[in-house]
Design a protein around this ligand. Structure first.
Ligand SMILES: *Cc1c(COP(=O)(O)O)cnc(C)c1O
Length: 360
């Protein structure tokens, strides 16, 4: 049966290649592959297969962590927001998960239960993001509390940067972190993708790359390819109709694009209900039959429009790449006023996925 042609293809070789880049850049660090949000929209278990050589996985929900364990992954699996109640803590211990501890409530749970086996703690410091974590001034006290507990197997000292991708960088946050941790010899973990790519001093015991593993950029304005990364996801579809606009005619809702001259328009089977950004304006790059052209008019729920005036052979059935190797997800994101992260995470459940070993 022939189906609607939209498809997200996950390239395992690209995931492996990007992980190898991480290891090459930070050869002394353990790698904690961040696979939260269903592996940034790529599919948790699909991605885990491509990243099987990683030293650890970081997820948000305990259900994701358990599904990785059930699939046979033996490495460190860390819960980025830790646990939310005592029962969950015991479950985490039973599955040999590692957990972030970032607030007093989590600390109290840990102090007031008897776990069936001790658990690894990533103790989070707030070095300026002001989201999760203990302030530097009280960090040593928390370390001392943890170090007394039979429930605690070992401690990793951790922070997360607010501006690793910005001009202001990480130096202030890293200085705070060093000052508050210098008297302890526990392992540390500080780098996300942007820090990993920009600041070698962030390559401590554990690095935590997310977006770069998927081959999108963590640094706006700097292409993922400039870091040697390859896109792990290719979102493709086909042209399902062709319209020819006379000068003065418009296409799509709101008539936001009006042709100045004779314009051939490919009607593309992908819309915002597939996860394509509705904010993508006319002019957003899109590839038809391997040639980069631009979108026209307003993205609708199930369709969008591409200018095929200069792609003479384009017709119903022609191949369309929304994002992938020809048009980067970052280029679509930039045109739409967002970041590749958001677009990748937003690929809709109705889009079928396929996993392949190699590009080509
Ligand atoms: C999401 C996340 C990361 C990965 O960030 P990227 O920018 O995708 O590399 C690392 N650490 C923490 C705590 C995170 O929440």
């Amino acid at each position: 049966m022939r189906m609607r042609p939209i498809l997200a293809t996950i390239h395992l070789d690209a995931l492996r290649h990007n992980l190898a880049i991480v290891k090459k850049i930070a050869p002394k660090s353990n790698v904690m592959a961040v696979v939260k949000a269903n592996a940034y929209g790529h599919g948790l278990l699909r991605v885990a297969k491509g990243l099987a050589e990683t030293d650890g996985f970081a997820v948000l929900g305990i259900n994701e962590a358990i599904s990785l364990r059930e699939a046979g992954y033996k490495q460190t699996i860390m819960l980025l927001e830790g646990v939310f109640e005592a029962d969950e803590l015991e479950l985490a211990a039973q599955w040999a998960l590692s957990i972030v501890v970032h607030n007093e409530q989590q600390m109290a749970i840990l102090e007031n239960v008897v776990l069936s086996q001790p658990i690894e703690i990533f103790l989070k410091m707030n070095t300026g993001m002001n989201r999760l974590g203990f302030r530097p001034q009280v960090y040593a006290t928390q370390i001392q509390r943890l170090s007394k507990l039979a429930n605690v197997k070992n401690i990793v000292m951790m922070t997360h940067f607010a501006a690793a991708d910005e001009d202001s960088g990480i130096s202030e946050a890293l200085a705070k972190f060093h000052e508050a941790t210098q008297t302890f010899s526990y392992q540390t973990s500080v780098a996300n993708s942007a820090a990993l790519l920009r600041y070698p001093e962030s390559h401590t015991d554990w690095v935590r790359p997310g977006i770069m593993l998927y081959g999108a950029t963590p640094v706006s304005g700097q292409a993922a390819t400039s870091f040697g990364l390859k896109p792990a996801m290719q979102l493709t579809t086909e042209i399902i109709a062709v319209q020819t606009l006379q000068a003065g005619e418009s296409v799509g809702y709101g008539h936001t694009f009006t042709a100045k001259e004779l314009t051939r328009v490919g009607i593309v089977a992908c819309g915002y209900a597939d996860g394509y950004p509705r904010h993508a304006p006319s002019g957003t790059p899109i590839a038809i039959n391997g040639k980069v052209t631009k979108t026209l008019g307003r993205v609708s729920m199930d369709m969008l429009f591409a200018d095929i005036s200069d792609i003479l052979e384009a017709d119903v059935g022609s191949a369309v790449e929304l994002w992938g190797a020809q048009v980067t997800v970052d280029a679509v994101a930039e045109a739409s006023g967002t970041v590749g992260y958001e677009l990748l995470c937003a690929v809709a459940p109705r889009v079928p996925f396929e996993v392949i070993e190699t590009h080509g």
